[in-house]
Ligand binder design. Structure first.
Ligand code: ZN
Length: 203
């Protein structure tokens, strides 16, 4: 299911979600899921600063509670914030009401109007509820930076191969991805800049 391009089935399942921005605009939307954590967030922020790029961080409430200074730093540096539930809830394991309460709990810390479901999946009942309260942001390009089967070069190549106008590109602010991102993030940003892409965040 987790391929570099978002599948048609998912797009059909969540029709009101945003998968890609304006295809006539030579811009990309960088997103970072699962943080903030001290092992990776400072590096990501520093790299974004070096490239003058703004991004959107879909954060997990329990990480924001633990590392609130990192949350503050993300906001101070002008990045956008998004809700990614309090405990990175799995898609179908929880009742809709549990999922909704968990998301609300996270939002008391994150104060977001954007939401991205962990693993890109949620029950339809959850989807309808979330969609009334948040703008749901999915993705157009998954870098798979979390995969142990991929090298840092593969991650850069995924960006080069699949990015197009209006792409929403997903990276992870996590322990699984940081070793690859140390090389792949600056390389990807350098390439995107060379291609003339602008970096934007969501309204
Ligand atoms: Zn996630």
């Amino acid at each position: 299911m987790f391929i570099e391009k978002s599948g048609r089935f998912l797009r059909w399942l969540y029709p009101a979600a945003t998968w890609r921005m304006d295809k006539n605009d030579h811009s990309v939307y960088l997103t970072f899921d699962d943080g903030p954590i001290p092992e990776s967030t400072p590096f990501i922020l520093k790299t974004l600063r070096e490239f003058g790029a703004k991004a959107t961080f879909f954060m997990v409430g329990e990480n924001v509670a633990r590392y609130h200074d990192l949350y503050n730093k993300i906001v101070e540096e002008g990045h956008q914030v998004g809700n990614h539930t309090f405990n990175h809830l799995g898609s179908y394991k929880h009742m809709a009401i549990t999922y909704a309460a968990n998301t609300q709990e996270a939002n008391q810390l994150i104060h977001a109007h954007l939401f991205r479901p962990p693993h890109g999946l949620m029950r339809r009942t959850v989807y309808w509820w979330i969609n009334r309260k948040y703008r749901i942001i999915m993705w157009d390009v998954i870098t798979r930076d979390y995969s142990k089967w991929l090298t840092a070069d593969d991650v850069v190549n995924n960006v080069k191969k699949y990015t197009r106008n209006g792409s929403i590109i997903t990276f992870h602010d996590s322990l699984k991805s940081i070793d690859k991102l140390k090389y792949a993030l600056p390389e990807a940003l350098k390439w995107l800049k060379e291609q003339g892409y602008e970096f934007k965040t969501f309204e």
